[in-house]
Ligand binder design. Structure first.
Ligand code: CA
Length: 755
């Protein structure tokens, strides 16, 4: 194992000793556990029995992935090809035939939370994932379920998930599937049966790491990262031997000190970009939670790195610094994880401007700013990270070719193409005073994948327009167990608290077609409020995208004209795919709202049943019926059983602040749930009677409600109970509705709002 960080304590004790706020002994124990294989019983038998079947399913390898365009009916890796264009070369469904597109089959896995997966389709079998890292194998022609796999992620782990218990998909290799489970395990499954073959704990279980992203496989190595920066972790990604599960290398994206010793030469190079007084105990973030791509000619693996664990740059790295490799694109050798080049999109980021957004590799006739203006074919990497600029880089060298705003932004006047650096506007800095900045924390583009059509030459980006007030919190210090961004989630939640869980007033969304050669927008479709879902482009001159409000749509790739629409019932955030089975082309998508906006900003119109839907020409299947008990958040029709508690105004104020900080992320601002999580105002009297057993004792942890005994005292829990009960008896009326329309920034004491 080269450059292995998780070495025995004796070998790297000095490094471990400086690790993020943990005692050396504790770390050593955790890491010892993480290095221990957990292999389910009789694994040898399983492997032997599955060998024959494994020879016929999910037989993905380097040669097949490299030649993925010669098998246009397959979808063998996350973005269909290593270049991740999310472009289907299939053409049966096209501008002339799309009107005949209808539902071929629907499969309902029984889920109700966010569904973000890109299914794989290999040799007629679809492999999709859903909430709590469950895996579903279905017949891609009929939707008939073949097997399901549940890794039984402990429910309490949901507390560590910033953005819902989602999963974005599996990887396939030589008859096996690879799943990154929410609790940090990398699990290898027999693709024929769904039986686990081996699993590895890829994270320190004492820290709030999660995995929601899809692994990628290159040269027999499973590449997997993780998330957790909002809570405080140290980011990294790793390579595991796909056959054995042995860890081969690990790339930490941020140093553990400025003094060393350093895990890698890359971290020694990064150290001078950090203050020696950096918030080391926070882990500093830089998680690699989504995007990857691979160029087999250059033998370069590209990954996108996320935001810091402390947003406020002055509190994170006092005195400044670029803080490598936060918000960066890294190009590494897959064999050993050595860095070949890096490009930092947002040096010293302070706005949650991750560069984890989808990366696409393409060869485009790029008109470099040469005097003759003559286009030359460039091998590029394209990304639309959260910061609002569309980047085109030479993917061999990392040279910046273009960086243009694909959406309104107010944090920089531009990007200097010579230095590659953004020119920041000083007024966007909020180290000391509040700043309203565009894009906000949702970014101009988030995880929802974009797509690139080599035929139209356009990149189709699901975009947000948002404004956000970043507020410093002078009292901030990193503490385990909380969202720890320092941009005062406390303040934001407390301020918004009391209003309807409305679709964020300042967010509008679109499907934006970007021309990377002309460096300008080609067209834009306004999608209104909601979440702009992931995108698929096809050689049939179509672009497919779902909507928050329960439709799957097709647009003309050249003009953006809406050419087809079908009901899906459940809203969509995931990207569609296309594949071919039995000579017929299908468009498929996984439906289910949720993710980071799941607890807020959407009022769920129904119980959000998860659905895998497949469409083909001349099919006329009916959608499964929607459940007849729609969830009614807010003014729900469930009875109020909350006790009347004689609490002082002081106690209610304290309960409100504690609720905002600890509970509102799931149960909703102002105790008004979105519908995805229980609305506590309508909790049963038994829940109120068992309050401390649930909140502190973890009685409901298997359902996702973890114990908060590490951060709340019994007095705290009682104050929250009193506040929640108070809210149950004083449900919002027209004043709050009006305040919500006014932008969600009016501050109305809850006590004024008695009906
Ligand atoms: Ca983030």
């Amino acid at each position: 194992m080269k450059r292995l960080f998780l070495a025995p304590a004796g070998a790297s004790g000095a490094v471990l000793a400086v690790l993020v706020g943990l005692a050396l002994a504790h770390v050593s124990v955790a890491y010892a556990a993480s290095e221990t294989d957990f292999i389910p019983g009789a694994v040898a038998d399983v492997i032997a029995a599955s060998a024959a079947r494994a020879a016929t399913v999910a037989r993905v390898n380097d040669a097949r992935l490299r030649a993925a365009d010669s098998e246009p009916g397959q979808w063998m890796t996350h973005g269909r090809t290593w270049a991740e264009e999310r472009y289907s070369p299939l053409t049966s469904i096209n501008s002339s035939t799309v009107a005949r597109l209808g539902l071929a089959w629907a499969y309902e896995p029984g889920t109700h939370r966010g569904m973000e997966a890109t299914p794989l389709v290999i040799d007629g079998v679809m492999y999709a994932t859903g909430e709590w890292s469950r895996v579903y194998a279905v017949d891609a022609r009929t939707g008939k379920p073949l097997w399901t796999y549940d890794p039984y992620v402990p429910g309490a782990k949901g507390r560590d998930a910033c953005c819902d218990v989602v999963n974005r998909g599996v990887a396939a290799w030589e008859g096996k599937l690879y799943l990154g489970a929410l609790d940090g395990r990398l699990i290898c499954l027999d693709a024929a049966t769904g039986k686990p073959l081996w699993e590895k704990q890829t994270t320190d279980t004492s820290r709030p790491y999660t995995i929601t992203g899809a692994p990628r496989i290159v040269k027999g190595k499973v590449i997997i990262g993780n998330g957790g920066a909002e809570f405080g972790v140290r980011g990294y990604f790793s390579a595991y031997n796909a056959a054995t599960g042995e860890m081969l290398w690990r790339f930490y994206t941020v140093p553990a000190s400025t003094q060393g010793p350093f895990d890698t030469p890359e971290l020694a190079a990064a150290a001078p970009t950090w203050s020696k007084d950096s918030a080391w105990d926070s882990g500093l973030g830089g998680t690699v939670w989504d995007s990857m791509a691979y160029d087999p000619e250059l033998d370069l693996l590209y990954v996108g790195v996320g935001n810091a664990s402390v947003y406020n740059r002055e509190q994170r790295s006092p005195g400044g610094g670029d803080n490598l490799y936060l918000s960066s694109i890294l190009a590494v050798r897959p064999d050993d994880g050595h860095l070949v080049w890096h490009y930092q999109t947002t040096p010293g980021d302070q706005w949650d401007y991750t560069a984890t957004q989808h990366i696409i590799l393409a060869d485009i006739p790029f008109a470099k700013r040469a005097p003759d203006g003559k286009p030359e074919l460039r091998h590029v990497l394209m990304q639309a990270p959260k910061n609002g600029f569309f980047y085109v880089l030479d993917r061999a060298t990392g040279e910046l070719l273009a960086a243009d705003p694909y959406i309104d932004e107010t944090w920089a006047t531009g990007v200097d193409l010579k230095t590659g650096r953004p020119i920041e506007r000083p007024e966007a800095t909020w180290s000391k005073t509040e700043a309203r900045v565009t894009p906000g924390i949702s970014g101009g583009h988030n995880w929802h994948p974009m797509a690139y059509s080599p035929k139209s030459g356009l990149v189709y980006i699901p975009t947000f327009e948002s404004v956000y007030s970043y507020k410093p919190d002078a009292e901030f210090h990193w503490a385990p167990g909380y969202i720890n961004t320092s941009e005062s989630w406390r303040g934001v939640a407390a301020e918004l608290e009391g209003f309807e869980p409305f679709v964020s007033q300042n967010v509008s969304t679109h499907l934006t077609a970007w021309d990377p050669v002309r460096r300008e927008q080609a067209w834009r479709v306004e999608l209104g409020q909601g979440i702009p879902a992931g995108v698929l482009a096809t050689a049939g001159d179509l672009v497919f995208q779902g909507t928050t409000w329960g439709k799957l749509r097709a647009y003309d790739a050249a003009s953006g004209a809406l050419v087809w629409e079908a009901d899906t019932g459940t809203g969509i955030i995931a990207p569609p795919i296309s594949y071919e089975v039995g000579g017929e082309q299908y468009i498929a998508v996984v439906a289910g709202l949720g993710g980071s906006a799941g607890g807020h900003f959407i009022k769920f119109p129904n119980s959000n049943p998860g659905r895998i839907l497949a469409f083909k020409l001349d099919a006329h299947e009916a959608l499964p019926p929607m459940p007849d008990t729609p969830i009614k958040p807010g003014m729900g029709d469930k009875p109020v059983e909350a006790p009347v508690i004689d609490a002082s105004a002081e106690m209610l104020t304290r309960g409100r602040a504690l609720y905002a900080y600890n509970c509102s992320r799931c149960h909703g601002l102002g105790v008004q749930a979105s519908g995805l999580y229980p609305d506590l105002r309508h909790a049963s009297k038994d829940v109120y009677a068992s309050w401390n057993a649930i909140v502190l004792g973890g009685a409901f942890s298997s359902r996702g409600m973890a114990s908060f005994a590490d951060v709340l005292s019994p007095d705290d829990a009682e104050a929250i109970r009193a506040y929640v009960a108070d809210r149950a008896h004083h449900q919002p009326g027209w004043i709050e509705w009006f305040a919500g329309l006014a932008g969600g920034r009016l501050r109305i004491p809850a006590r004024w709002l008695a009906n």
